[in-house]
Design a protein around this ligand. Sequence first.
Ligand code: SF4
Ligand code: SF4
Length: 103
Amino acid sequence: MSVFIKKDKCIGCKKCVEVCPGNLFVVRGKKAEIRDERDCWGCTACVKECPQNAISYYLAADLGGGGSLLYATEDETSINWVLQSPEGKETTVTVNKNQSNEY
Ligand code: SF4
Ligand code: SF4
C-alpha cells in the first residue's frame, strides 16, 4: 500500500507528520516526503487531513484499482472521497461526517 504526494501542492504544514500512526512522513524544504512507502498500511489518515489535497492513496492493480488515485476533500459536514482513474476521470462519494460510523 502506498500514498502519492503531489509536491507542487504541498505547503509543508506537517499535518501528515502529525497524523500518520507509523511516523512515515518527513518535511524537507517545506515539502513532505514519505520515508518508506512499504511501511504504509493504508489507514488514509494523511489523505483526509492534508489541507491541500496533496496526498492521494494509490490503488494498485492487486487492489482492483488499476493505478487509480484516491484523495479527499472536506468541509464542515462532509468528506468527499474522489477516485481518479489513470485517464483522469473522477468519481466522487460524499460521506456525511455525522453518519460516517454507519458505513
Ligand atoms: S499535510 Fe499535505 S500540505 Fe501539509 S505537509 Fe503534508 S502533504 Fe504537505
Ligand atoms: S495512509 Fe496512514 S499509514 Fe499510510 S502514510 Fe498515510 S497516515 Fe501513514
